[in-house]
Design a protein around this ligand. Sequence first.
Ligand code: SF4
Length: 135
Amino acid sequence: MTLEILKVGIVSCSGEAVPGGTISRIASRMVLDELRPDATVTICLPLFIAGGQEERDFAATYPTITVDGCEKRCAQRSTEKLSGKPGKSLLIPEILEKHGIEKPTSLRKLKPEETVAVQVVAEVIARAVDEILES
Ligand code: SF4
């Protein structure tokens, strides 16, 4: 008997222009490296959009979670257009509002209080991974 180990692809927006994009990238990295390293793989959004076949095939075959820094939802829209509907689509401003966390303002080096936002978002992503794998 073979056991299939399912992985979830994390597609984080690559936003550099708004703090939500910074939170998205750092929190996604935290899930990939620390919270769910065995259950997740990263899908590089710029390569995905540029035509990376491996990334597109993975996203078409395995479940994905998109994480977007603002309402433009670049990761979600690209995934839907190029590979299929994401398993879950997360939006940083919605997560922060739901948890009563003030919107961060830093684009690069986060202030100590802004690391709380990263931690909360990372935990939301990790729970989304668990929900997909349990479903
Ligand atoms: S979703 Fe917003 S922050 Fe992310 S890449 Fe698109 S425009 Fe930039």
